[in-house]
Design a protein around this ligand. Structure first.
Ligand SMILES: Cc1ncc(COP(=O)(O)O)c(C=O)c1O
Length: 340
């Protein structure tokens, strides 16, 4: 019973069928195919605005291209101190941007603290040309801690970005889980909240390998095509990535899959909230739970798979996906309720 990662979940059947259906005959290569054209239109409908849609194969590529588009080589981008970009992308964002700097800002529950962000920015500039030019902020929605930025928090970040004339990137590797949970539109959470570009993830929520960088700000969209090529992300048979994203959006499949994943997390929360320590509020599809090392070993012996959080011996991360079966969550709850 796998609660280790949504990356380990299978591909959703409808999306798999869409790949197979796209596999008939010839179509243009390098993004000039009918699927990618249609995707451009569908995303514009979804967001209700102009946007440039750039299909990609990994979230790391989306985040790294976002950094390259927003931050010059002599610049810096501010993100949460343990954001995925900071800790799990092997320096790719800095590499793509030609050496720009990532700067971590502290906070709680996986989110940048807006007071710390404002304080940091207020102190910028005293070293003149000796310091990197702060160019952008990146936030993750839903966060690496399974929490969410509320619309009010997003408004605060928007006003900070505007105060200092910065660009705003959102790592939406799990944006579907955020939208399904917040119950507002994806437009409200992104461009209406000042987001200039979004890494729109689908792989973790049912696609095989399909992400897209969605650029809302035409000023930064100009050079994306050459940058994508230089990043090795100009996919010749792009139709198979776009076909996944089209199936993902059709009839709100993306929200249905994310709702299912979120509901599994809520099932666990409601069954155990009075008996167990949840490290962060459970707002999307990831749960961090404190357990004794003995209880952790016991669960592992019973075949439950999850990560013991690096650097800790008593915190586990459970990830629920579109493919998580409720009966397995119930089994997990029962195992957790048993006295040791
Ligand atoms: C929040 C977040 N952003 C980005 C990524 C990167 O995605 P990929 O592994 O496809 O490069 C991940 C992957 O787990 C992630 O959790």
């Amino acid at each position: 019973m796998n609660f280790r990662s949504d990356n380990e979940a299978p591909v959703n059947t409808t999306i798999m069928q869409a790949i197979v259906a796209a596999n008939s005959g010839f179509d243009e290569s390098y993004g000039y195919d009918s699927y990618t054209n249609k995707l451009q239109q569908e995303m514009q409908k979804l967001f209700g605005c102009w946007c440039e849609v750039v299909p990609l194969t990994t979230g790391t590529a989306a985040n790294s291209l976002a950094m390259a588009l927003t931050t010059p080589a002599y610049g810096s981008l501010l993100c949460y101190e343990s954001a995925h970009m900071m800790t799990d992308e092997c320096g790719a964002p800095e590499f793509y941007s030609g050496g720009a700097k990532l700067i971590g800002i502290g906070g709680d529950e996986g989110k940048i603290n807006t007071g710390s962000l404002d304080n940091y920015l207020a102190g910028v500039g005293v070293h003149g040309e000796h310091e990197c030019l702060v160019s952008a902020i990146s936030i993750t929605q839903s966060t690496e801690a399974g929490t969410l930025y509320s619309l009010q928090e997003l408004r605060q970040i928007k006003s900070i970005k505007e105060k200092y004339g910065l660009l705003l990137h959102m790592d939406g590797s799990r944006i579907a889980n955020a939208i399904a949970s917040l119950g507002c539109t994806v437009a409200e959470v992104t461009w209406k909240s000042g987001v200039d570009l979004l890494s729109f993830g689908a792989t973790k929520n049912g696609a095989m390998m399909a992400e897209a960088l969605i650029i809302f700000n035409p000023k930064i969209a100009k050079e994306i095509k050459r940058m994508r090529k230089r990043a090795g992300q100009l996919i010749s048979k792009m139709r198979f990535v776009s076909a996944q994203l089209l199936a993902y959006l059709k009839d709100d499949l993306w929200l249905q899959l994310a709702t299912h994943a979120n509901q599994q997390a809520q099932l666990l929360l409601h069954a155990l909230k009075s008996s167990h320590e949840f490290i962060y509020p459970v707002q999307a599809n990831e749960v961090f739970l404190r357990l004794s090392p003995k209880a952790i070993r016991q669960l592992q012996k019973q075949g439950f798979e999850f990560h013991v959080w690096p650097g800790s011996h008593d915190i586990i991360r459970l990830v629920f996906s579109h493919a998580t079966q409720s009966k397995h969550v119930v089994e997990l709850i029962e195992a957790l309720k048993k006295p040791l």
